[in-house]
Design a protein around this ligand. Structure first.
Ligand SMILES: [Zn+2]
Length: 136
């Protein structure tokens, strides 16, 4: 009987894509940080909206109302950034699952652990990222 052999080869195929533990740790840390930041900003935004509603301020004529509106826009912009990053991180997770994580989307080469630890959402190697910046 060779059923156990079949199971063993299936298991080794599933773990063919090896992502270094340091990179996975950096990815997990970034996910936790982004989640926490987005949660804090969402709370802040909710608070700012409530403060504006409670103050009964006229944004155009009350200087404090204008300040509150400006702050609200700033927090909303930061929240959008955090949400964009969460989307990037989810895409990185999907690449880990698909076995394509750490490969440059342009040249197909290895992005490199050092870059991935610093920026787990990186989709391009340094050379391709530099090239794209230079041609812009
Ligand atoms: Zn590349």
């Amino acid at each position: 009987m060779t059923t156990s052999d079949g199971a063993a080869s299936a298991a080794s195929a599933a773990s063919a894509a090896t992502v270094s533990p340091e990179v996975l740790a950096a990815l997990a840390a970034r996910e936790a940080e982004t989640r926490e930041r987005a949660g804090g900003l969402a709370d802040q935004l909710r608070g700012a909206v409530e403060a504006a509603a409670g103050s009964n301020a006229d944004d155009e004529h009350d200087p404090e109302g204008a300040t509150l509106a400006f702050e609200r826009q700033q927090v909303a912009a930061l929240l959008r950034q955090a949400e964009d990053e969460a989307v990037e991180l989810a895409a990185a997770r999907a690449r880990v699952a698909a076995g394509t994580f750490g490969l440059c989307e342009v040249c197909g080469g290895s992005i490199g652990d050092e870059r991935l630890v610093a920026r787990p959402t990186a989709r391009m190697c340094v050379a391709c990222a530099d090239g794209r910046r230079a041609t812009r």
